[in-house]
Write a protein that binds this ligand. Sequence first.
Ligand code: SF4
Ligand code: SF4
Length: 138
Amino acid sequence: MSTFSDFIEMVLNKGIKIVPMDEASKILISIKKLTENINFACDFKNGVCRQVRAVPDLFINGCCCGDCKNKIGYLHTIYFENLKEYVSKWDYKDGFFEVGKGCRLSIELRSGMCLGQRCNYERWTPFENEFLNLLQKL
Ligand code: SF4
Ligand code: SF4
């Protein structure tokens, strides 16, 4: 777990902006919430996702969340209003990832990069791929 000031220092050192929420950010959050309707089929079993079970050597620390700590959840921006929640969910060993359970962040707090992450590209429709690719650029 982390203290407020340590967390702020860490994110600023990584170039992540801390800004107040505005109307544009609220629209962005609504777009992120559309991913609630998508079945990513990660199929976690005993904390291990389908892809890692299939190709364990490709992953150093388990699934696409394995580098969460170093990338600080792939965030570019943190809204000031959510700062307290990010701090409470941060862990200096695994970032926002809880081994055996998954991401501690709600969808609204996750980065577009995380929300658009997916495996087995052939299972996705062109529309889903386009939407998720776009989300990763936001
Ligand atoms: S989904 Fe969550 S745990 Fe995974 S990399 Fe993103 S912030 Fe970290
Ligand atoms: S998207 Fe990430 S968590 Fe889901 S199956 Fe693929 S590697 Fe695993």
